[in-house]
Design a protein around this ligand. Structure first.
Ligand code: CTP
Ligand code: MG
Length: 247
């Protein structure tokens, strides 16, 4: 089946705090985006790679052009689009740029720069086996609780109070690439375009939009190397992974 991979790289990287888009931040002598793109290419799942970059960013566009020149004949076609104001808007911009005939799409965070090839392959395999939606997921190590803001007298004790504890064996920390039948993901994103501001702000991945359609989302095993580089600590961990036995 013809599969495309969308790489969303249009975020600003506020929490990393480098004063530049996160995709441009150096990691082991290369940028975060170049690591991510090499991972996609070496997994060999994509006919097309569509990268969403920050609007007006010429640095990333030029580096993608250089990367594309070095690809061997028969390698994936690389397309670049301007991202949007939210991750979901960046995904939508890329969805609009996929070639006709594309059947499956994987959506991947550039910030997960070190995702192993095998995770892309597991996701692609599940799609080939008939899944309309599939996510890589990891068991949760922390105990996860829900909380609410305290009010009245309790507010002088602590800002939040626990409202429940989710059973940990049923919880998963979800990663990318998330894979979809293209028609299903397009339908999910069209529905999400009607969201109000609050609903839109609560969208943190693509699978949740597909869940809202009532389409089953399957989970395969992710990888710890697939961590999303979000904070300075994450960047230190990623540098360590590159230097260590996993690099
Ligand atoms: N992303 C995007 N377009 C946006 C926002 C995010 O393409 N408008 C991408 C990021 O580039 C990243 C992925 O979505 O690869 C996950 O987002 P996140 O880790 O939050 O990255 P940033 O938004 O860049 O970071 P921050 O929230 O700290 O600013
Ligand atoms: Mg963000």
């Amino acid at each position: 089946a013809v599969t495309a991979v969308i790489v969303v790289a249009a975020g600003s990287g506020e929490r990393l705090g480098y004063g530049m888009p996160k995709a441009q931040v150096p990691l082991g002598g290369e940028t975060i985006l170049m690591h991510a793109l090499r991972g996609v290419v070496s997994s060999d799942v994509a006919r097309q790679i569509c990268v969403a970059v920050p609007k007006g960013d010429t640095v990333l566009r030029e580096s993608i052009a250089d990367f594309t020149v070095d690809l061997v004949d028969g390698g994936p076609e690389v397309t670049v689009v301007d991202g949007g104001s939210s991750r979901a808007n960046s995904v939508r911009a890329a969805l609009a740029a996929l070639e006709d005939g594309t059947e499956f799409v994987l959506v991947h965070d550039a910030a997960r720069a070190l995702t192993p090839e095998r995770v892309f392959q597991r996701v692609a395999d599940a799609l080939s086996s008939g899944a309309k939606a599939v996510i890589p997921a990891m068991p949760v190590v922390d105990t996860i609780k829900t909380v609410a803001e305290t009010d009245g007298q309790d507010a002088s004790i602590a800002p939040e109070v626990v409202t429940g504890t989710a059973p940990r064996e049923q919880l998963r920390a979800v990663q990318t690439p998330q894979g979809f039948e293209l028609a299903t993901l397009r339908r999910a994103h069209e529905a999400a375009e009607l969201f109000d501001e609050k609903q839109a702000a609560a969208v943190t991945d693509d699978a949740m939009l597909v869940e809202l359609l009532g389409v089953p989302v399957h989970a395969v095993r992710g990888a710890s190397q697939s961590l999303k580089i979000t904070t300075p600590l994450d960047l230190i961990i990623a540098e360590g992974l590159l230097e260590g036995p996993l690099g």
